[in-house]
Design a protein around this ligand. Sequence first.
Ligand code: FAD
Length: 293
Amino acid sequence: MKASAFSYTRASSVDDALEILALHGDQAKVLSGGQSLMPALNLRLSAPALLVDIGAIAELRGISVSDGVLRIGALTRHVDTLKSSDIAKHAPLLTEAIAHVAHPAIRNKGTIGGSLAHADPASELPACSIALGATIVVRGKGNVRRIPATDFFTGIYETLLSPEELLVAVEVPVAKPNSVHFFREYARRKGDYAIVGLAASGVLERDVFTDLKLGFFAVGDKPLLAHASQRLMGKSMTASMLADAQAALDDELDPQEDQEASASMRRYLARQLMEQCVVTLLGRPDLETRKLA
Ligand SMILES: Cc1cc2nc3c(=O)[nH]c(=O)nc-3n(C[C@H](O)[C@H](O)[C@H](O)COP(=O)(O)OP(=O)(O)OC[C@H]3O[C@@H](n4cnc5c(N)ncnc54)[C@H](O)[C@@H]3O)c2cc1C
């Protein structure tokens, strides 16, 4: 199939893009790397009258660290995230996760802003953003909104972004001393979207989690920051604490059934990922219940 006819314009600055978006409202779509938008146009899942290409806006690029915050510009491509020493040092979860996003050709074009704005519930980066306590920075004409990632994602391909706004950056608190992270996903083949995945970050003090954020993906209509992690914190880990947290996690999940997996398989994999995360971060194989074949 081919895309419906559309007009195209290239914005020269954020202000220019916001003027155009304010004029055209939901008739316009922002184009970043095009790795999700172009397939959607070609499948006619989306048929905007106008594409606003923001790819040449220099102020949307760049990675910086200041006052304990890592700021990643919206147009930072996945390949740039993978290679950044600042991200590897201050948010190593992102470095590890990005290697699981699609394939090199897609990572050379796709951007972090595009991935977060697209809000695919099976995507790695939205789950990382909630696990890292990130803030999504959004600009409209004459206003800036700083939205906690935990509030930003509202449903399948849905966020708090309005059609007149641009996602301009994501801000992540730099990793604390004793920070730990875990990333794992089940996918049919390397580079496929996950069947179920977990992006986690935490702080370990003398083998006790004093902080633990578990960002599950592909388990519902948006990334899930599991409240069940509270049951894994503040005390030396036992098998019954872990089992209790797994049962609490099960109550929070609302997985879909599709051609990849049944809902019960997704629940099982999510519980397994929680266990693998705890076992790996604590170095406690004695907590392991059952290995997957
Ligand atoms: C074969 C294939 C496999 C893939 N596998 C994976 C995978 O495993 N995991 C994964 O996470 N992704 C995967 N992707 C998607 C890929 O990572 C995209 O790069 C990413 O989802 C979107 O980034 P983009 O810059 O290409 O955005 P675009 O395609 O340009 O835009 C995506 C959406 O976000 C909006 N948008 C983009 N930028 C902004 C902005 N700054 N402000 C406001 N709105 C904006 C657009 O209007 C559009 O609705 C895959 C894609 C393909 C084609």
